[in-house]
Design a protein around this ligand. Sequence first.
Ligand SMILES: [Zn+2]
Length: 610
Amino acid sequence: MARLRRFWARGGIGLALGILLAPSVSFAAPTGEERVVVVVAADRDDDDVNGVADGAETVVRGRAADDVVALVDGATRIEVDKGAECARPLVSGHPTAWPSARGAVKVQGVAPCDVEGTVVRGARRTPFTVHVRAYGFRGGAGEDVDPTKLHASMERTAPASAPADAAASYDDPDALRIHVSGDESAPPAVEVQSYGSAGNALDRLEHLPLAAVACRAGEGAHCWSSAPIRLVVDDTDRLQALVLGRSLRGEVGGGLAVRGGGRKLQAIRIEGPRSSAVGPIGRFRVQARPFVFRVAAGGAPAFGATEERAIGIVRSELALASSTWGQCGVTLGPPADIAVKVVDPPASSLLSFGDDAGLPASGGQLHLRADGKVVAVTWSAGLDVAAVAGKVAAALESQGLKVVVSPNARIGPGAGPSTDLLVHRRSGAPVVLEAANRDEPLSTDATLEVRLGIVDLSDGLQHFGDVDAVAGTLEERALVKSIDDGDPTTLDLVFVPFFGGGGRIGESFIGSDASSVENVVLLDRAGVRARRSSFTLAHEMGHVLLDIPGHPDDYGIDTPSSLMDSDAADASAFGPRRISVEECARMIRESGPEARTPLLKPWKLGPIRY
Ligand SMILES: [Zn+2]
């Protein structure tokens, strides 16, 4: 007996649904009466992504007609006895009143109930039933989430067990129950399928368990709900025991569909958090520019031994960071579309003034060799750093060279800000700068430091400390400015072999530093190796997107599951991978379309073929 019941609950009903879902003519045995039976979903999703529910379109065409089912051919009249409001007949895509539906009539579900009546074809009268079921998405407070107006979101909460009662409220702001309602008493067999932003099938929960729950006003006679379904980044989160069987991989820009009988019944798109201090957060794209530095010119890349391997490693880092930021609706786009460049460390083309203390000049002279040509510049005492840098820039330009002048943020102990000159030929090729005489200093000024930015990655990249964090070290600036495109709204990602001094695996330059180095993330090979235990790239991206130099645990609140925790390392589902809704809202304020530096570009959804 038990075996038989299990058979019906699993395979039996799925089979019955498969038959019923196709438009069918069934012959009821007792009376021999011919009856047309059709099952449709109340069409509340928006398959053509035009902001109008497919079931409310004035003309149902193209993708909006994806959930429409044929009812009858050659009708001369349709009489409805009950449930007329629960479905609408379509003739050539045009919604029609039931009595005037003629010819080839299709049917679109509107609300959950059974529609019953008679199809008249000349002298023939055939009774029909349209079972309209509603498949919906319900949030933690029991609220219905309209798939046309709102969206599903990636999981931001660490695993926790689901409430035993299928009608109980729950805390998780992202997970959604699948809710089904209709007039039939048997629970339907449904599965849940997720799709990527390219429309690719991503993950599936077969045989979604549904439990009977009380129906609300406007629902059918019978209602069922699932456990809260979570959309997650990876198998670590998907296979965790507390959430196993109700978690599936998702992707921002993709979708979550309820399916049955081989077709999609209802779908909702995946974007950012459904509610936040700045309202619902949609989908945003960040344009990343990744560079992998070679240890030395022409040498091996920072990691991966070959260029191809290095590019592959970077792409998988980008995929992980992108899916992690999916929690806030952010994506870097398909990793295969991101150009990853493997480049030599820059030649010494950067000249820095006042790099140390930013002190004004005591008067002096510069003797520089630029591409072999000697350039001499003299200045008097009292000039500030920017004025001296300006004089030297003019002298270099008069030699036919191209000079980019970039002031840095003033560091804590500095008297004033330092200024860098980046020197190129007219062709754009970097110019090699060196002291005119090897045995003499570059400049004779006793207070105003003039230094060459020399990058030597063989001893590690000299990284900033607390004192010079806002400007970065001279070596960091020489490195980063060599790949700068002058566009602060792109995110530059710099991969180096290792940081000097040990301990550090990643760092970032953020917009609020008011530095000329802005929105740059640096990562070394240890940061790349830490991958899923530390989420280093996603963490450093967080400093840039949130425009925040510190960490939540700097102030004593230890949050080891937070992506922005400074030192957590844990490869489990409780590791440092979660982003709070407050952080997502801050991200929109600091980097969204209205921000001073809009790193986030809104990215409209396109239709998915389910
Ligand atoms: Zn950090």
